[in-house]
Design a protein around this ligand. Structure first.
Ligand code: FES
Length: 76
């Protein structure tokens, strides 16, 4: 099972051993450790991974999930 946890003012933490991360061509990234964190602020120098820069950049994104609500998803 995979769980992706959105951290307050930080990255998305991906937890699970049976998950791969690929680019738009389907090429797999080497995941340095597990769990791993994906940048959500856009400031990481190691995208798509979080390198902790969000803290220095003052990234603020504290929107929490609302139980029972239907959040909009991005078009893909
Ligand atoms: S979320 Fe950590 S560097 Fe972007």
């Amino acid at each position: 099972m995979v769980n992706i946890k959105v951290l307050e003012n930080g990255p998305c933490l991906v937890m699970g051993d049976d998950v791969t991360l690929t680019d738009w061509n389907g090429v797999e990234y080497a995941v340095p450790k597990r769990p791993f964190a994906l940048c959500r602020c856009g400031a990481s120098t190691h995208k798509p991974f979080c390198d902790g820069t969000h803290a220095k950049a003052g990234f603020k994104a504290a929107e929490a999930a609302v139980p029972g609500s239907m959040d909009r998803s991005a078009k893909t």
